[in-house]
Design a protein around this ligand. Structure first.
Ligand code: PGA
Length: 250
């Protein structure tokens, strides 16, 4: 049984004060079981999240990290420091990081190893552009991103990790992939994991869909066999909306 995940991705939004206000608003209202609620926040907001998560059923995610633990890397965030402060997950390979910050498949693979070595779990993002989809190249592209990201990762580690399929054309556009389109690609990703590893690993890894997920469409997406949750940008920023997503099965 794969526990569903609702993971917020605040991107570069909210300061520590706004984070406190958000946390006050969701206090005591997250599901105690059955769903894993995660918030991915800017590094400057993570301290507030880790304190909150000591008493509340919330897991925490950084939105990025470097692949070295320490050293002369001005401006980067250490995966070891994130782990030391109690962070659970790190989002890596988001299309915005690939597109605007030049993150490569190789970087993402190195980050995945660094995150696992530091006892956190990666949320590995993948997804195709509209042009790739229209040219019939989406499956090859996405499975290629996954193969590169998981290189050298053990089956045990991968089974605990999370993958997020986010078609670039659906991110922040209000244009959700249909639940069938999302299911189709998530299934392809699971089959790829089965071919790279084995059926048992593929059965355990949680694969999320992301791209304009909101309270109004979460139920339908979650009803699909292979979709284990959502990575949610815009609709995760408002406390009521995040709570509605986290409580989707009530
Ligand atoms: P969105 O973002 O929900 O605002 O489309 C999703 C994401 O980029 O993770």
């Amino acid at each position: 049984m794969r526990t569903p995940i609702i993971a917020g991705n605040w991107k570069m939004n909210k300061n520590p004060q706004e984070t406190q206000e958000f946390l006050e608003a969701i206090k005591g209202k997250l599901p105690e079981s059955g769903v894993e609620a995660i918030i991915g926040a800017p590094a400057i907001d993570l301290n507030a999240l880790t304190w909150f998560s000591k008493d509340e059923p919330l897991k925490t995610a950084a939105e990025n990290c470097y692949f070295e633990d320490a050293g002369a890397f001005t401006g980067e965030t250490s995966p070891k420091a994130l782990s030391d402060m109690g962070i659970d997950y790190v989002i890596i390979g988001h299309s915005e990081r690939r597109q605007y910050f030049g993150e490569t498949d190789e970087d993402i693979n190195k980050k995945a190893h660094a995150i696992l070595k530091n006892n956190m779990l990666p949320i590995i993002c993948c997804g195709e552009t509209l042009e790739q989809r229209e040219a019939g190249k989406a499956e090859d592209w996405v499975t290629g991103q996954i193969e590169a990201a998981v290189k050298g990762i053990s089956a045990d580690d991968l089974a605990k990790s999370v993958i997020a399929y986010e078609p670039i054309w659906a991110i922040g556009t209000g244009k959700t992939a249909t639940a069938d389109q999302a299911q189709e690609m998530v299934h392809v990703i699971r089959e790829k994991i089965a071919s790279l590893y084995d059926a048992a690993t593929a059965d355990k890894v949680r694969i999320l869909y992301g791209g304009s997920v909101k309270p109004a469409n979460v139920k339908e997406l979650m009803s699909k066999e292979d979709i284990d949750g959502g990575l949610v940008g815009g609709a995760s920023m408002d406390p009521e909306s995040f709570l509605a997503l986290a409580n989707f099965n009530k």
